[in-house]
Design a binder for this molecule. Sequence first.
Ligand code: C2E
Ligand code: MG
Ligand code: MG
Ligand code: MG
Length: 289
Amino acid sequence: RAKADGRGTYRFFEPAMNAAVQARRSLEIDLRRALALKQFTLVFQPQIRLETGEVSGFEALLRWHHPERGLISPATFIPLAEEIGVIVGIGEWALRTACREAARWAQPASIAVNLSPIQFRGGKLVETVTLVLAQTGLDPARLELEITEGALLDDTDGVLTVLNGLRHLGVRISMDDFGTGYSSLSYLQKFPFDKIKIDQSFVRGMAGSAECGAIVRAIARLGASLGMRTTAEGVETADQLDAIRAEGCTEVQGYLTGRPMPASEAFALLGAGAHVSDPPVSDVVPAEA
Ligand code: C2E
Ligand code: MG
Ligand code: MG
Ligand code: MG
């Protein structure tokens, strides 16, 4: 009888499930071809050093321009790309494209690139980063690789070996989305990250929750005592900026100080000698024109 009930329940959900499975499959097929069809671009979001107000660098963020569905968010396609095994190729493309772009900038600003946990498997990451640095001529000290604790979850020793290999190349390593995982603090003890990026959920919560403010303050202090820089992510308002400044964060990245922008605008921003109080990007004459 339980079986019959189960079947009835299953049949009830079946049409909707089939639609979802089908949509996923077609997205999968499209995603497998997206790199070859040149459907990816990178956008660049400024990171501001709070002491000086200067742009210290940019984070490269992937965008997928789907011919029928339009712009698809990385929050949607990155997990799928990880599942079907195409993230390694896409990630390498993102790394190479970001480094090539940064190598053209008029100022030696940093370029941050996100790495998927999957890229740590297979033992090729250090080799790939070495190759890309050689191909693009980018100074390794300008490259920041952002990892989430997902990378450290499954095989910590193996990942630590890779991280040390990357560090040996002279690149910097940031811990992204800090505070959202289960054991973020233990990773700070296992590897000397250069930078902690405080997850935007805490920054967003600061206005209405004393707890979020206390957490941001604690992470900023922790970073300072460990010799790590701390970036507050997702700062959207002047009040949030004041608050994270008061809590002692060293950097800020958010819509308030700059949305993710096309490569040409990032290039122009640096060419003009970037500063937070400068006119909007659209008013800046591109240096390449
Ligand atoms: P992330 O690395 O934590 O990147 C920050 C995300 O926050 C970006 O979303 C950015 O556009 C967004 N953001 C920045 N400032 C604000 C703000 O003030 N308000 C709000 N509401 N959002 C803000 P995006 O570009 O959609 O990327 C989402 C995630 O996708 C990234 O989170 C990262 O985990 C992943 N991702 C993006 N590009 C790549 C990539 O090349 N490789 C890998 N593996 N993952 C990537
Ligand atoms: Mg990131
Ligand atoms: Mg983040
Ligand atoms: Mg994130």
